[in-house]
Design a protein around this ligand. Structure first.
Ligand code: DAK
Length: 260
């Protein structure tokens, strides 16, 4: 599929998806959301792709939220359509069998922060800024922000950020646990790619099932989560990756995983 708003680069099993509308600070139109969903769906099915990095084009923004100019004009029907596309995208990112890393290079506001939160973890540039401006627009976060942020950093800090509409620095987002690490702007993408490459060297089935256990376990009681983890753990003993990983350790050689 041809994408009008995405740049896609692949190397060494890692695909970088760059949202490419820098003049509008990479804000999300319905078309961008749809393209992201199609691209991620294809990448999930492609066994040669081991991890995905999402970033924004230009110096200023990762994604400055939903496109307010488009959103201001839409009908209730189109708003419903936009919501279902967005929510499908966020759910897909959780269901994907490979990790998705957000490399936040600038503003991650509203829907842009929600997109980053739907990734498995976030790296940020020192210039990145995070916030939920929705209440200042007469709306609330609608792509899972009110659900994902409190699960990540607790209800008290999430409430402060969402109710105030305040924009915080990368350093504060790091202190609060939204961001794993903060880098100089020129180091952000290389560091995200290096981590993606490290993950790509591990068993694809191990990584896939670990993500499955983590993402799904968050919505379970601890006991159900433990039960879910043990069934995935058991299934891995029916795979070549488990035999290869343990065999390679015993034979003192690097493992060559096939993801089967
Ligand atoms: N939408 C459309 N255009 C945007 C934009 C946005 N979100 N953000 C920036 N732009 C455009 C600006 O209009 C400007 O365009 P021109 O005037 O040059 O044509 C260009 O990008 C550069 O922006 P600025 O000139 O404003 O740049 P500054 O450095 O002065 O300011 C800023 C940067 C990020 C502080 C500022 O642009 C800003 O406040 N942007 C808006 C941030 C924001 O409020 N984002 C939207 C949050 S609401 C839904 C689910 C989710 C959502 C909606 C629905 N459903 C379930 C239905 C999500 C909602 C949101 O994300």
């Amino acid at each position: 599929m041809e994408f009008k708003n995405l740049l896609i680069e692949a190397s060494d099993g890692i695909t970088t998806l760059t949202i490419n509308r820098p003049k509008a600070l990479n804000s999300l139109t319905g078309e961008v959301v749809q393209e992201l969903e199609c691209a991620l769906y294809e990448l999930d099915l492609d066994a040669s792709v081991k991890a995905v990095v999402i970033t924004g084009a230009g110096e200023k923004a990762f994604v400055a939220g939903a496109d307010i100019k488009e959103m201001a004009e839409i009908s209730a029907f189109d708003a419903h359509d936009f919501a279902s596309k967005g929510q499908r995208l966020m759910l897909l990112m959780g269901k994907m069998r490979k990790p998705v890393i957000a490399a936040v290079n600038g503003f991650a506001l509203g829907g842009g922060l929600e997109l980053a939160l739907a990734c498995d973890f976030i790296y940020a540039s020192e210039k990145a800024k995070f916030g939920f401006p929705e209440v200042g627009l007469g709306i609330i976060p609608g792509f899972g922000g009110t659900q994902n942020l409190p699960r990540l950093i607790g209800a008290n800090r999430a409430s402060e950020l969402i109710f105030s509409g305040r924009v915080i620095t990368a350093a504060k987002a790091h202190e609060w646990g939204i961001v794993n690490e903060v880098f100089a702007p020129e180091e952000l993408l290389p560091k995200a790619l290096a981590t993606a490459l490290e993950i790509a060297g591990k068993s694809p089935l191990g990584v896939r099932y670990a993500k499955d256990a983590l993402v799904n376990g968050l919505n379970m009681t601890k006991e159900d989560g433990f039960r879910y983890e043990s069934s995935l753990f058991g299934v891995l003993f029916a795979t070549g990756d488990q035999r290869e990983g343990m065999g390679a350790f015993i034979e003192k050689r690097p493992a060559e995983f096939t993801g089967k």
